[in-house]
Write a protein that binds this ligand. Structure first.
Ligand code: NOJ
Length: 979
C-alpha cells in the first residue's frame, strides 16, 4: 500500500485544519442538559407522575377527594364548598373550593388549604416565609374580566352532584360531582372539559416532619413501602440543596378535553404548535412540557424543556370548536399530554375520530386556580383570556419597524457609523440597540467613559432621522464599591433575600451581584428614580429599554436561577413566584418610563420595553423575543411555530433573533432569515459578541438587495401591521394567525404551523426555511382565490399548491375578499413616513367583493385614548362597481382637542393609488373612475371628479388587474370610487 509521506508537524497542521473545518460545519453548541432537571429529578413532578400511574393502573382506584355536600352554596355567582381529602377513615384535610361564574362566560375554580389559610402550620428551619399558599399571582397577571355573573343558577342538586347553568343565554353548564370530587363543563349539553376525570387531583397538604428513628448500625432500613418521601423535606440538584421549610405542597390535576385531538399553548417551547404527547413512544416526548423560566443556554429544538417564559394557557381544538384553560400558578409547572383514540372508523386516519386529549398539570406550590373557557370559536377563548390578563400594548410605530442590534456596538462612534451606513446603502431601519458593554464595568445606569463619551450626540444623530436607541438594563446590580446605586439598594433593603432573610448574593455579568426585588413597592418607587433623564445622564427622549436576564438568570444558582427558598417582599418564597418574577421587573421598568416622561411633560408617550422572561400579562408592557437561538436552519424553521405559539397566547408582539444569536449564518441563511423576520411582529437582527458583523449592508449582492427588498416589504406593509397591532390591543386577537385560528372547521389544517395569516388582512405567508430550496408547498384552506402578492398569479383553494420560491422570493398571497393598506414610498425610517400617501390593494373575492380596515394614529402617544386616531373600513362591491371608505370610529370620539389636532395634521394625507387584483373583465376599455368625497360626513359640494384608470387583462395564470392613479381622496375622510 502506498503511504503518503507526511511529517509529524504536517499531521498536526492537517489535524488542526480538519478540526477547524468540522467546527464550521457542525454547530459547536448544544444545551447542557445535565444543568436542568428532568421530571424524574424534580421531586414534585416525579411524585405526581407516580400518583397518576397508580390512579391509572390500580383497578378500583378511588380518588381520596370528596365534596362535603352539606357545604355547597351558590351566592351572587360564586359557588363555595369544602372538598375533603381523606387521609384515613377518620382524618380529612379541608380544602375550601370556589367556582366563580364570570360575566364573560368564563368559570374560575380555586382550591386552597384551610390550615394554611389560617396560618395553622409550622415552618421548619426557623424560616420567615409566609404560611399561606401563594395567592397573589392574580395581582400580577389579572387586570380585568373577573366580574361575577349573578345570572348563574343551580338548576339541579342532590347528594351526588350540583349543576349550575351559566354563560351566554345559560348555554353553559358546570356539573360538580361530589364523590369523588370532579367538575365537568358543558356547552349546549355536550361535555367539553373535565377535571379529575382520571383521578390525578392531588393537593399535597401540610404535615409536620416526623423524624423516624435511624436504623441501628448493621440493621436494614425496614421502612414500609408507601409514598416516596425522599424529596419531601430537602431536595438537592447540581450541588444546591433546597431547604423546603413547608415540606411537600404541590398541586396537580388532570384536565381532559373529550373529542379534542389537538391542544395548543403552554408557551414557551421549541416544538410544534400542536402539542405532542409526553409519556414516551414513537415521535412523542418522554418528559412533560416544563414551565420554569430559565436561561437555557444553547437550547435544543423540538423539546418540552423549559425556556425563558411561561404562559400556562392551553386551547383544545376539534372541528368547529375551541375551548381552553388558564392555569394561574406562578410556581414551576409541568404538563403531561396524553391522547386516547376511539375511532369508529379505523381508516379515518385521525380525521373525524374520537380523540380525547388529557393534560395533567403539576405545580410545585400555590393555590389551585384554573379558568375555563368554552369557546366555541378560537377568538372567543383568546379574547376572554385577553380580557383577564390584558390585551397586548399598542406599541409605538417605530417598535414594529426594523431593529438593528448586536452584542455590541462598541463605541458611540460605532453606532453613528452603522447609522450612516444604513443610509448610504438605502436600507431602512428604526432602532439601534446597545447591549451590556456600553456600561462602565457592567454597572447599569452608567456609560463606559472611554467608549461612550458622547451618548447624547449619538442619540441626536439618530433622532435626526426619527430613529431610536434601546439600551439594556438587567435586574442584577453589581455588588461593588463606589457605585451609589448598589449602596442605595442595600441601605433601603430593596433586594431579594436569601432563606436566612439577609441580602442574597449571586453571580451574573458583573460578577458578584444583588437582585432588585420588583415585588417590593418601595423598590418599584426607587426604580422610577433611576431612569429620570437627570439621574441617568446621557439618555435622551428617543431612548427605550431592554430588560434581559430577568428569569432571573444567576450563573451560579440552581438551574442557572435563584434558590427556591430565597425570600421576596411579603415573605413569599422564590418557589412561589418564580415564573412571574420577570413580569414584575418589566412592570417596574414600564412604570419607571411613564414616570420619566411624565416629569418631562411627555407623559403620554407609550413606553417600549423588550423582555426575555415573561408570564401571562407581560403582553401589556411590550415585546418578547425567543432568546439565544443559533444561526442554523433548524432554528429558523422552529422560530415560526414559536412565534405563532406566542400569538395564540395573547402575547403577539414576539420575534426571534434574525440571523441566529450564536454562530455565523451563511449569506443564504441570513437572507432567508430576513424574509421570515419580515413577518415577526417583533423584527430585530441580533448577534453574539463572538460573531462576525452582519449588518445587511455588509453582504454582497444579490443578498444585500434581497434583504433590502424584505425590509422594504415590511415598511410598505406597516399600515397593515399597525392595524393588526391595534386589533390585538383591543380584542386580544393574534397578529400572526395559524390555520386553525382562521379556519377552525378545517381539521386537515389544525397542525399546520409553517404558514400564517397577518392579522385580518388576508395576507398569507409561507416563508422558506430550508437550505437550497427553490420551491415550497402552500396550503389554502378555503374555497377562495389566493393571488400571489407580487405578480397576481391566481390559485384556487381549497388544497395544496407547489409554488416557486427561489432565494429572491417570499411566498406571499392575498386571500380574495380582502383590501390591504400600504405605503410604498421608500424612506429611511418609519417616522419619516408619517405623512406619506397610501396605496390600497383590493384582492377581489369569489363573490366579487372585498373588505379591509385601516387603523392609524400618531404612532407615539396615548392620545388615541382621547379619540386621536383614524379608523376606516374599505368596502369593494363588485356588483355596484364601487369602492368606499367609511368611518369605524365611534361617533363623538373625535371631539377632544387631541383628536381634532391629530385629524387636522392628517388632513392632507391621501390615497395615491388603488390596485384592484382580480378586476372584472367588464372594465376593459374603461379609462376613468368617478371620485366623490365627503366633508364632515356629507358629500363635498364640488361633486364628482374623475381619476385615471388603467386596466390590465389576465395573462396566463395571472389575474386581470386595474390601477386607479392618484384618486387623491383623503385617508381620514369618507369617499367613494365608482368604476
Ligand atoms: C443574553 C441575551 O439573551 C442576549 O440577547 C444578550 O446579547 C446577552 N444576554 C448579553 O446581554
Amino acid at each position: 500500500m502506498r503511504s503518503l509521506n507526511v511529517s509529524p508537524t504536517r499531521w498536526v497542521g492537517l489535524f488542526a485544519l480538519l478540526c477547524a473545518l468540522l467546527a464550521l460545519i457542525t454547530p459547536a453548541v448544544s444545551v447542557k442538559k445535565e444543568n436542568f432537571k428532568t421530571c424524574d429529578q424534580s421531586g414534585f413532578c416525579k411524585r405526581n407522575r407516580a400518583y397518576a400511574d397508580t390512579a391509572s393502573t390500580t383497578s378500583n382506584f378511588q380518588s381520596p377527594y370528596k365534596l362535603d355536600s352539606t357545604s355547597v352554596k351558590l351566592e351572587k355567582g360564586v359557588l363555595t364548598a369544602t372538598v375533603l381529602k381523606s387521609l384515613s377513615p377518620s382524618e380529612n384535610v379541608r380544602l375550601p373550593l370556589t367556582v366563580s361564574f364570570l360575566e364573560s362566560g368564563v368559570a374560575r375554580v380555586t382550591m386552597d388549604e384551610e390550615k394554611r389559610q389560617k396560618g395553622e402550620i409550622e415552618l421548619r428551619h426557623g424560616s420567615k416565609a409566609r404560611k399561606e399558599r401563594y395567592n397573589e399571582a392574580e395581582k400580577w397577571a389579572i387586570v380585568g374580566g373577573t366580574k361575577v355573573s349573578t345570572g348563574a343558577a343551580v338548576h339541579e342538586a342532590d347528594d351526588s352532584a350540583t349543576r349550575v347553568a351559566y354563560g351566554p343565554e345559560s348555554k353553559f353548564e358546570a356539573v360538580v360531582t361530589h364523590s369523588p370530587f370532579g367538575l365537568e363543563f358543558k356547552r349546549d349539553g355536550e361535555t367539553q372539559i373535565k377535571f379529575n376525570d382520571r383521578g390525578f387531583l392531588n393537593m399535597e397538604h401540610w404535615r409536620p416532619k416526623v423524624d423516624k428513628p435511624k436504623p441501628a448500625e448493621g440493621e436494614e432500613n425496614k421502612e414500609p413501602a408507601g409514598e416516596d418521601e425522599s424529596t419531601w423535606w430537602e431536595e438537592s440538584f447540581g450541588g444546591n440543596t433546597d431547604s423546603k421549610p413547608r415540606g411537600p405542597e404541590s398541586v396537580a390535576l388532570d384536565i381532559s378535553f373529550p373529542g379534542y385531538s389537538h391542544v395548543f399553548g403552554a408557551a414557551e417551547h421549541t416544538g410544534p404548535l400542536s402539542l405532542k404527547e409526553t409519556r414516551g413512544g414513537d415521535g412523542k416526548y418522554d418528559d412533560p412540557y416544563r414551565l420554569h423560566n430559565s436561561d437555557v443556554f444553547e437550547y435544543e429544538m423540538d423539546s418540552p424543556m423549559t425556556l425563558y417564559g411561561s404562559i400556562p394557557f392551553m386551547q383544545a381544538q376539534k372541528k368547529d370548536s375551541t375551548v381552553g384553560v388558564f392555569w394561574l400558578s406562578a410556581a414551576e409547572t409541568w404538563i403531561d399530554i396524553t391522547k386516547s383514540s376511539s375511532s369508529a372508523n379505523p381508516l379515518s386516519l385521525g380525521v373525524g375520530s374520537q380523540t380525547t386529549t388529557t393534560s395533567h398539570w403539576i405545580s410545585e406550590s400555590g393555590l389551585l386556580d384554573v379558568f375555563v373557557f368554552l369557546g366555541p370559536k378560537p377568538q372567543d377563548v383568546i379574547g376572554a383570556y385577553g380580557e383577564l390578563t390584558g390585551y397586548s400594548q399598542l406599541p409605538q410605530q417605530f417598535a414594529i419597524a426594523y431593529h438593528q442590534c448586536r452584542w455590541n456596538y462598541v463605541t458611540d462612534e460605532d453606532v453613528k457609523d452603522v447609522d450612516r451606513k444604513f443610509d448610504k446603502h438605502n436600507i431602512p431601519y428604526d432602532v439601534i440597540w446597545l447591549d451590556i458593554e456600553y456600561t462602565d464595568e457592567k454597572k447599569y445606569f452608567t456609560w463606559d467613559p472611554l467608549t461612550f463619551p458622547n451618548p447624547l450626540d449619538m442619540q441626536k444623530q439618530l433622532d435626526d432621522h426619527e430613529r431610536k436607541l434601546v439600551y439594556i438594563i438587567d435586574p442584577h446590580i453589581k455588588n461593588t464599591g463606589n457605585y451609589p446605586i448598589i449602596d442605595e439598594m442595600k441601605s433601603k433593603d430593596l433586594a431579594v433575600h436569601n432563606k436566612d432573610d439577609s441580602i442574597y448574593e449571586g453571580w451574573c455579568w458583573p460578577g458578584s451581584s444583588h437582585w432588585v426585588d420588583a415585588f417590593n413597592p418601595k423598590a418599584k418607587e426607587w426604580w422610577k428614580t433611576l431612569f429620570k433623564y437627570a439621574s441617568f445622564k446621557g439618555t435622551a427622549k428617543n431612548s427605550w429599554l431592554w430588560n434581559d436576564m430577568n428569569e432571573p438568570s444567576v450563573f451560579n444558582g440552581p438551574e442557572t436561577t435563584m434558590p427556591k427558598d430565597n425570600l421576596h417582599y411579603g415573605g413569599w418564597e422564590h418557589r412561589d413566584i418564580h415564573n412571574v418574577n420577570g413580569l414584575t421587573f418589566v412592570n417596574a421598568t414600564y412604570d419607571a418610563l411613564l414616570a420619566r416622561d411624565k416629569e418631562e411633560e411627555r407623559h403620554n408617550v407609550r413606553p417600549f420595553i423588550l423582555t426575555r422572561s415573561f408570564y401571562s400579562g407581560s403582553q401589556r408592557m411590550g415585546a418578547m423575543w425567543t432568546g439565544d437561538n443559533q444561526a442554523v436552519w433548524s432554528h429558523l424553521e422552529a422560530s415560526i411555530p414559536m412565534v405563532l405559539s406566542m400569538n395564540i397566547a395573547g402575547f403577539p408582539f414576539a420575534g426571534a433573533d434574525v440571523g441566529g444569536f450564536f454562530g455565523n449564518p451563511s449569506s443564504e441563511l441570513l437572507t432567508r432569515w430576513y424574509q421570515v423576520g419580515t413577518f415577526y411582529p417583533f423584527f430585530r437582527g441580533h448577534a453574539h459578541i463572538d460573531t462576525r458583523r452582519r449588518e445587511p449592508y455588509l453582504l454582497d449582492d444579490p443578498y444585500k438587495k434581497i434583504i433590502t427588498q424584505a425590509l422594504r416589504l415590511r415598511y410598505s406593509l406597516l399600515p397593515a401591521w399597525y392595524t393588526a397591532f391595534h386589533e390585538a390591543s383591543t380584542t386580544g386577537a393574534p397578529i400572526l394567525r395559524p390555520n386553525y385560528y382562521v379556519h377552525p372547521g378545517d381539521e386537515k389544517g389544525f397542525a399546520i404551523d409553517d404558514q400564517f395569516y397577518l392579522g385580518s388582512t388576508g395576507l398569507l405567508a409561507k416563508p422558506v426555511t430550508a437550505e437550497g430550496a427553490t420551491s415550497t408547498e402552500v396550503y389554502f384552506a378555503d374555497d377562495e382565490k389566493y393571488y400571489d402578492y407580487f405578480d397576481f398569479w391566481t390559485y384556487q383553494g381549497p388544497g395544496k399548491h407547489a409554488v416557486s420560491a427561489p432565494l429572491d422570493t417570499i411566498p406571499l398571497f392575498m386571500q380574495g375578499g380582502n383590501i390591504i393598506p400600504r405605503r410604498d414610498r421608500p424612506r429611511r425610517s418609519s417616522g419619516l413616513m408619517r405623512y406619506d400617501p397610501f396605496t390600497l390593494v383590493v384582492a377581489v373575492g369569489k363573490d366579487g367583493d372585498a373588505q379591509g380596515t385601516l387603523y392609524l394614529d400618531d404612532g407615539e402617544s396615548f392620545d388615541f385614548q382621547q379619540g386621536a386616531f383614524i379608523h376606516r373600513r374599505f368596502s369593494f362591491d363588485g356588483r355596484a362597481g364601487s369602492l368606499a371608505s367609511v368611518d369605524l370610529a365611534d361617533a363623538g370620539a373625535a371631539s377632544s382637542k387631541a383628536a381634532k389636532e391629530y385629524l387636522k395634521s392628517m388632513e392632507n394625507v391621501r390615497v395615491e393609488r388603488v390596485v384592484v387584483v382580480g378586476a372584472p373583465a367588464s372594465w376593459e376599455g374603461k379609462t376613468e373612475v368617478d371620485v366623490s368625497e365627503e366633508v364632515g360626513g356629507k358629500a363635498k359640494s364640488e361633486g364628482v371628479r374623475k381619476a385615471a384608470l388603467e386596466w390590465h387583462a389576465a395573462e396566463g395564470g395571472k389575474a386581470a388587474w386595474a390601477v386607479v392613479r392618484n384618486p387623491a381622496v383623503r385617508i381620514g375622510a369618507g369617499w367613494k370610487l365608482q368604476f
